[in-house]
Design a protein around this ligand. Structure first.
Ligand SMILES: C[S@@+](CC[C@H](N)C(=O)[O-])C[C@H]1O[C@@H](n2cnc3c(N)ncnc32)[C@H](O)[C@@H]1O
Length: 385
């Protein structure tokens, strides 16, 4: 869901405010209508989480649909909702007070593309949730790396994307040509689908599952908020359709959005919800930053850089356990926030291939299969001995 822009891509303050209010209302309705989906997803997180999450971070929380679903699922947890929009967060605080969970939900107004200092104050977290949000960030690799830093080892991240806006209308609405909603979607949904598995892996997470949710609710299952949800959602698509939909379809859509019209969305009893969402669930590995590779009687730590990863010096005085930029003669390691790299010791084989009589536990074996360190954005994200 993007903020509505004019033909030049500019957006006025009042328009932005109206747009944020409209989006907040739509997202609240989304939470009400899709309550069963939120319950299924948070239930799955409860199965995977160990221990039960006590601190939860909701990135790009909007009005807090996810924050509240998580607060319900984990009644002892504290949720930090972060959003760039004060209006969205105002809604979170208002609803938190109304639901009696104000002491368990706090808000941070911050641009996630900038400093995470304030976000870090509520951490480290056991669970990070980012719904319909990651595609908004300027640099997903950096955001995933920061999320990794904010998670406890063993903690979970759940990233959800809405694959497309829900469909609500029957094939033939009785207004205009049949198939209007399908054409509306085809004209306005031109983005390729998102895929976050590679990003999660690159940041050091271990993917747990990529779970598609196929959501199909009839009017009874969707409940009383359905027509307002369909009205708000179709109105949002209408605002993007002016240039891309045929005039007769635009006219039919306007009739459907006219609350006074007998065929309008607001008055229909044949609405339903059909949509899919995908959630990527990944875990920060337990072994992180605590691994020390200290072997041989002359083992020494590197002077600075990658924490807890020490190279070794063989009895003949040669340094092993790192190569090239990993263990330069000065001992200076470079695992900066700006880079990601993988370093495998080309000389020293893996510990499991140790042969008796060789120098140190690395011993003989196939070169290049030895200890590997992956550094990403300032963190050692994986060490294989
Ligand atoms: C589509 S909404 C999703 C809201 C919520 N996660 C949900 O599923 O209902 C995206 C949210 O991300 C927020 N957002 C976008 N860019 C942001 C940024 N750089 N930093 C923080 N929040 C941002 C927007 O204000 C908006 O509330």
């Amino acid at each position: 869901m993007n903020t509505h822009q004019d033909a030049h891509g500019h957006i006025g303050h009042e328009q932005a405010a109206d747009s944020a209010v409209a989006l907040a209302k739509l997202l609240v309705l989304d939470g009400e209508v899709l309550a069963s989906y939120f319950s299924e997803l948070t239930g799955r997180l409860a199965e995977l989480a160990d221990p039960v999450p006590a601190r939860i971070l909701d990135l790009g929380s909007g009005p807090g649909t996810g924050s509240f679903a998580l607060a319900r699922r984990f009644p002892a947890a504290h949720v930090t909702a972060v959003d760039i929009s004060g209006q969205m967060l105002h809604r979170v605080s208002e609803q938190a007070a109304a639901h009696g969970v104000a002491d368990r939900i706090s808000t941070v107004e911050a641009n996630i593309d900038e400093s995470w200092a304030e976000i870090g104050e509520g951490g480290p977290y056991d669970l990070i949730w980012a719904a319909a949000f990651m595609h908004h960030v300027a640099d997903p690799a950096r955001t995933f790396a920061r999320a990794f830093d904010q998670l406890h080892p063993g903690g979970l991240i759940a990233v959800t994307e809405m694959d497309f806006f829900p469909l609500y209308l029957p094939e033939d609405t009785g207004v205009g040509r049949p198939g209007l909603e399908t054409r509306l979607h085809a004209a306005t949904n031109t983005r390729p689908p998102h895929e976050w598995t590679g990003h999660l892996r690159d940041a050091g997470f271990t993917p747990q599952e990529r779970r598609p949710f196929d959501i199909r609710l009839d009017a009874t299952q969707a409940g009383p908020s359905l027509s307002a949800y369909a009205q708000g959602s179709l109105a949002k698509l209408r605002s993007h359709a002016t240039e891309v939909l045929d005039a007769d379809d635009l006219a039919a859509l306007d009739v459907l959005l006219d609350e006074e019209h007998p065929h309008s969305v607001a008055r229909r009893h044949d609405l339903s919800v059909r949509t899919t969402r995908t959630t990527w669930i990944a875990r920060r590995p337990l072994t992180h930053r605590t691994v020390r590779l200290v072997t041989g009687r002359d083992a020494r730590r590197p002077t600075r850089g990658v924490r807890g990863f020490a190279g070794t010096r063989r009895s003949d005085g040669r340094r092993v356990g790192g190569a090239g930029p990993m263990y330069p003669p000065t001992g200076a390691l470079s695992c900066s926030r700006a880079t990601c790299w993988r370093q495998t010791d080309p000389e020293r084989p893996a510990r499991s291939r140790t042969a008796p009589g060789t120098d140190g536990p690395g011993g003989a074996g196939r070169p290049g299969q030895g200890p590997t360190v992956i550094c990403c954005a300032g963190s050692v994200v994986s060490v294989t001995l």
